[in-house]
Design a protein around this ligand. Structure first.
Ligand code: G3P
Ligand code: CA
Length: 248
């Protein structure tokens, strides 16, 4: 049975990447959380998907041009109670305080423009939380992922024991055959690729790679992932996905 990953928190029900979206995901029994991270002007990692904050907050501007203090004053929620950006430091604290062994998938954004700064900051933050050097990959509550192979490679070089996911939305080169670079521990295809070619999961498994699939909300996609042998499904609606897996 796939493990359920709450994509941007329980983002079907709460504003994405907010504390309350992640709290609801934990209440709904998600096995893991997913977040996107960007770096602020003053070097803090914050949980924001887009380059700009305009879509997901009451403010305007580019994350890399704003300070974390300025972003703490902006409303990122659907109500005034959710004021302030969520930092990755805070989200790691929530994961560590969770009574269940919840995992966190951290996706680094804008990896090329800043030449590895985001990955460097991520390794330093994980080290501060004592999470950069798990004894084995299976012990690690944190997994790193990116669409940029260079970002995954850089991160793996700095934190070899933390598992990595190579995200992709097209089959290019040998990837359709399940081949991944050595620094990527899991394959991370868009669910649309599995609709076209569910056999990918078994080919990747034969080469030692589990699959993390996104974004899996529709019942037919949940069934497809379960039948194909996907290990992690990222969904905006963790409770509904869990219920469907338990009782298709
Ligand atoms: O979980 C991977 C998925 O989140 C990648 O796409 O655009 O939602 O970050 P995006
Ligand atoms: Ca993401």
């Amino acid at each position: 049975m796939p493990e359920v990953v709450a994509h941007r928190g329980a983002s079907a029900h709460r504003a994405e990447h907010t504390r309350s979206a992640y709290e609801l995901a934990l209440e709904q029994g998600a096995d893991a959380l997913e977040c996107d991270v960007r770096v602020t002007r003053d070097g803090h990692l914050v949980c924001v998907h887009d380059r700009r904050i305009d879509r997901t907050s009451s403010g305007r501007g580019v994350v890399s041009a704003l300070t974390v203090a300025a972003m703490a004053e902006i409303d990122f929620g659907r109500s005034a109670t959710e004021l302030g950006v969520l930092t990755l430091d805070e989200l790691l604290g929530m994961v560590r305080a969770s009574p269940r062994q919840t995992k966190l998938f951290v996706e680094t954004k804008h990896p090329v423009r800043y030449g590895g700064l985001v990955e460097h900051k991520l390794v330093a933050l994980l080290a501060r939380h004592g999470l950069a050097t798990p004894e084995t990959q299976a012990d690690s509550p944190v997994l790193m992922m990116s669409f940029a192979s260079a970002a995954v490679r850089r991160f793996k070089a700095a934190a070899p024991a933390v598992p990595t996911v190579q995200l992709f939305s097209r089959f290019t080169g040998a990837r359709r055959g399940g081949v991944l670079p050595p620094w990527a521990d899991l394959a991370g295809p868009d669910v649309r690729l599995l609709r076209e070619d569910p056999g990918f999961v078994k080919r990747a498994a034969a080469l030692g790679r589990d699959t993390y699939c996104w974004t899996v909300d529709a019942a037919a996609d949940i069934d497809l992932c379960r039948d194909a042998g996907v290990r992690y499904v990222a969904t905006n609606a963790p409770r509904a996905t869990r219920l469907h897996l338990a009782d298709p």
